[in-house]
Design a protein around this ligand. Structure first.
Ligand code: AMP
Length: 326
């Protein structure tokens, strides 16, 4: 069912001839799936409108989903409606030219930290922004057109952001909306092959991560991936970042963290957890995200160790005050 925010968004979409769609940098399946999926729905529904995807960076692992539109002239932003998807803060947008648009819409499922659009629809309990776009389609299905391609993009983001429908924020509504998308022609076997098959070399790196990882006194698992390690295994920053998933199934380790050194001197932090909320910790280190999946940035090993110490103290307190965790 459409809420007031959704109705306002559809009204604004109808009002504009040109719509530019934005997402966060370092895009994941949800950022790419929601922007490309929404663009496809709008193109199919309103062939007379100009719909552009204008984002600066891309993901090698998700290249099978296709790229962005060619950059458009700055002058075209002035009378356009800008729609930002899956992005909690203005700073995380891949393309700051979003600001040049005449009016702005934000559709997002991250815990809200900042408002940066005149019209916002934020639901932090949704498992993905793709789920929200599927809900948007479902609410206005008499007016909007879904295509096979749009359903494929949206389903991809729903799968990746929910850990294949495994995380706690997956609800009956998530599955109902995924079911609507599956009525379209989506080759799920090919999709899963694209998403989850890995080069043999990456298994060697995984075993190295298991050798080098550390576990703190109260169970925070962590790995620090230096530039030297990335060179040794011939990894891009994106490849190295995948290490977070190698730490995720250790009993008693309810928080796990990967630090990835970047060429510009910063260190990307990926934080994950079971049962315990960690976005507040990410926010202390220039980051944010969800209760159990967040990201941050530190600038030295010392700061990385400080973050682990704080995570360890949080975990100690959690274990002392809760039962039934694994
Ligand atoms: P990642 O580890 O990059 O997959 O991030 C996990 C979640 O946290 C994603 O939903 C990101 O959008 C969010 N996130 C990552 N880094 C940041 C950041 N610096 N600020 C706010 N949110 C972030």
């Amino acid at each position: 069912m459409a809420n007031e925010n959704m109705k306002k968004i559809l009204e604004k979409i109808k009002e504009y001839k040109r719509i530019i769609i934005f997402r966060h940098f370092r895009p994941d399946g949800d950022a790419i799936g929601s922007t490309k999926g929404f663009a496809e729905i709008l193109k199919a529904t309103y062939p007379e409108k100009e719909i552009y995807l204008q984002n600066n960076d891309f993901s090698k692992h998700l290249a099978f989903l296709g790229g962005e539109d060619e950059p458009i002239d700055d002058a075209l932003y002035a009378d356009a409606l800008g729609i930002a998807l899956d992005t909690g803060t203005f700073e995380r947008l891949s393309n700051p030219k979003y600001k040049l648009c005449r009016e702005h819409i934000k559709i997002d499922h991250h815990i809200p930290i900042e408002s940066y659009a005149e019209y916002e629809w934020v639901e932090e309990l949704r498992s993905s922004t793709c789920e929200m776009i599927a809900a948007f389609y479902d609410a206005f299905k008499d007016e909007l057109c879904m295509t096979d391609l749009a359903a494929y993009y949206l389903y991809t983001g729903m799968v990746t952001d929910s850990g294949r429908f495994r995380y706690r924020d997956v609800s009956g509504e998530t599955l109902r909306l995924a079911g609507i998308l599956l009525k379209f022609n989506i080759d799920t076997e090919k999709l899963y092959a694209n998403l989850y098959l890995r080069e043999f070399e990456s298994f060697k790196f995984e075993s190295h991560v298991h050798k080098k990882m550390k576990i703190s006194e109260n169970g925070v698992a962590s790995i620090y991936i230096s530039l030297a390690m990335q060179k040794e295994f011939n990894l891009s920053t994106e490849d190295a970042s995948a290490a977070i998933s190698h730490l995720d199934s250790i009993k008693g380790s309810l928080i796990w963290v990967a630090f990835i050194e970047c060429a510009d001197g910063s260190v990307r932090v990926r934080l994950r957890s079971r049962f315990i909320t960690i976005n507040s910790l990410a926010e202390k280190y220039r980051g944010g995200g969800h209760a159990c999946a967040a990201g941050a940035t530190v600038y030295s090993r010392r700061e990385a160790n400080k973050l682990i110490k704080e995570a360890d103290a949080m975990l100690k307190q959690f274990k002392e005050n809760n039962e039934g965790w694994l």
